[in-house]
Structures are given as C-alpha cells and as structure tokens.
Design a protein around this ligand. Structure first.
Ligand SMILES: [Zn+2]
Length: 348
C-alpha cells in the first residue's frame, strides 16, 4: 500500500504512511490475535457494530511539522501549499511529535523530557497493602489511610446488570437486524463508558495514596508483590469478590501509583507478601485471619485487617524483607491503630 500510494496523493509522504499504518493496525492486531489462538477474532470491518469509515484524520509526523514562531504549518508534500494553523498562546512546553487534523480540531502530541528522579538512599518508609476491600491501605506506622473501592464495585455491578439486560433484549432479535445492530452499539458504548469511569476512579485512588505519602513525608513506599496475589489473596477472598475487582485492576492501579510516586521521587518497591496478613504487629504471633477485623489470639490486639497488612509490609520493608516484632511501631507502648484515618479520608 505504501508503495502504491507513493506520490499519488496531495499529502506529505509521512502523512500517507501514517494513514496506511493507522488503517492497517487493527488488521494486524487481528492477525496476531489469531496466531495466538484466538479463533474468534474478527476483522473490524466485518464486525457488525463497526460502521464504515469514510474519513480518516490525516496525521502529520514530527519531522514534517514546521512551527515557525506561532503559525503551525502542516506540509502537504510536493504539490499544494501547507495547511496553516494557529497555536494557542499557552502551549505546553516540549516537542511536537505529531499533529492530527480532525473536523475543526487539531490534536497535537507533545513530548517532554523529564529528568530521571533521584531516589533517596534512606528516609521515612511507608507500607501499602493493595486489596479488594479496600482497594489500598497505606500506613507509616502511626497513621493510615484506606482508599475505599466501594464506588468502583458499584460501577462494575451496574455494568453487569446493564449488560445482562441488553443480552436478554439482544437474544430476542434477528441476526443482522437493525434492532440488533443498535443493541450491539449500545452495549459497546456502555462498556466504553464504564471503562472510563474505572480508569478515573483508579487515578483518584492512586492520587489519594500519593497525597498521604506527601503529607506524612514518606520517601520510600513498599507494597506487596502482586504476582502472588492471584494464588494467595484469591484464596482468602470469596469467588464473588474476586470477580468484582479483577487482577487487571490491581496491575493498573500499581502502574498508576508507580508513575505518580515517581514524580515526587518516591520509589514503589514490591516485596513478598508472605506472612503479612497473619503476623500480629503488636506481639508477632502468627494468626489465622477471618473476616474484616484482625484479632490476635495471643495478645487480644484488634485492628483493621488491611491496616495490619500495610503495617507488616512496612515492617518488612524497613528490615530488608523480615518481619521484626513491633518493627514498624514507633511508639511501642501505644497500640498502633491502622484504621485511624487522617482528615480527608479517601473515598475512591
Ligand atoms: Zn498479638
């Protein structure tokens, strides 16, 4: 295609290439999916919900864009005059690598070189337990904050319900009918919308944890290894809960946290979660945990279960992967109360 369209269109050669690449990307995606054993993967143009696209937004690549002062010049190759555009006064700094021309809109892709953050050698340590309910609990040994996942779960339940209704309606329609097409589109739209809501909630949740770290001066944050989460944490939670907040969300949540913390020079270090659920932060006795509240059989210590997890992860992080008795509690005479939340308790 690239050879065929070379010098045939009144567009810059890189624009032509970019359009061909954009056009071919979903087709290539289907090929790799089929190669990897997904027999049901269909080409986008064959899928009924996908409407035929008459227009493609032309893409202008970095080397081709010329910004001489203010007006933006989008070159059109050998023949016609370049397209002129005006950039706003307040432009983010950085290099324009790509411009996409839409209907009455211009999308610019701008890259910024960020200096690699310098992580401190030592400092105040925090522990983070990522779970289902709550989504995350972070502690510095004295205070703790729990980020609720209730909103996230309700959105997911809502989606499941809406999709069930749509499925039922869809079953009553004939294949290829207008009604069915409309229902397919509607299903696609709802799932897209829910995806956006989930992403937004995860970003807010991650921001809450970052805010806690900053407010309490945490410079290094430890978290449990999510790799073992699928085997270990899954066992201690009901199947229904596992379905509600999947492993995918945890990975994404961790990713968001990692880059948000990095901006403030806080590294997110993963350590093994072994024994972090059961060990009593007060007397070091290894308990079996059931229910939401942690209760130590040896010393009658009670606390929020995920708070105990966070404190134990903190303990491990402070003592190179080893839980020391009361290792995370700075005031030994005082019961650590991980469920105590600072003002501005997070609800994600
Ligand atoms: Zn105890």
């Amino acid at each position: 295609m690239k050879a065929h369209f070379k010098r045939r269109l009144p567009l810059h050669s890189q624009t032509v290439q970019a359009i061909i690449e954009k056009f071919c990307a979903p087709i290539d995606g289907v090929h790799t999916k089929r190669k990897n054993g997904d027999k049901r993967a269909g080409h986008p143009y064959c899928q009924r919900h996908y409407r035929f696209r008459r227009y493609f937004n032309p893409i202008f690549k970095g080397q081709a864009i010329k910004i001489q002062g203010q007006p933006l010049l989008l070159p059109r190759g050998w023949g016609p005059e370049p397209i002129r555009g005006h950039l706003p006064e307040a432009m983010p700094t950085g290099r324009v690598v790509q411009a996409e021309l839409g209907f009455g809109e211009l999308y610019l892709t701008i890259t910024q070189e960020l200096a690699e953050p310098v992580f401190p050698e030592s400092g105040k340590v925090g522990g983070l337990d990522i779970g289902v309910i709550p989504l995350g609990m972070v502690s510095d040994g004295e205070a703790a904050i729990a980020v609720s996942s209730r909103g996230l779960r309700s959105v997911k339940q809502g989606r499941a319900k809406a999709q069930a209704t749509l499925r039922k309606k869809r079953a009553r329609t004939k294949p290829g009918s207008r009604r069915r097409k409309r229902l397919n589109r509607s299903r696609y739209r709802t799932s897209q919308k829910v995806e956006r809501i989930i992403r937004n909630a995860l970003h807010h949740a991650a921001n809450q944890i970052v805010a806690f770290c900053l407010a309490y001066g945490i410079t290094v944050l430890y978290t449990g290894d999510l790799g073992t989460l699928n085997d270990k944490k899954r066992h201690r939670r009901s199947r229904r809960t596992n379905q509600e907040v999947g492993a995918l969300e945890f990975g994404r949540f961790e990713q968001y946290l990692e880059y948000k913390l990095r901006r403030h020079g806080i590294p997110l270090i993963t350590i093994s979660e072994a024994d972090t659920f059961g060990t009593c932060p007060h007397c070091d006795y290894l308990n079996k945990v059931a229910g939401r509240t942690y209760h130590c059989r040896a010393c009658d210590y009670r606390a929020h279960r995920d708070g105990v997890g966070a404190v134990n992860i903190l303990n491990k992080g402070m003592h190179s992967g080893e839980i020391r008795p009361r290792g995370a509690v700075s005031t030994p005479t005082d019961h650590v109360s991980p469920s105590r939340s600072p003002p501005g308790n997070a609800k994600a």
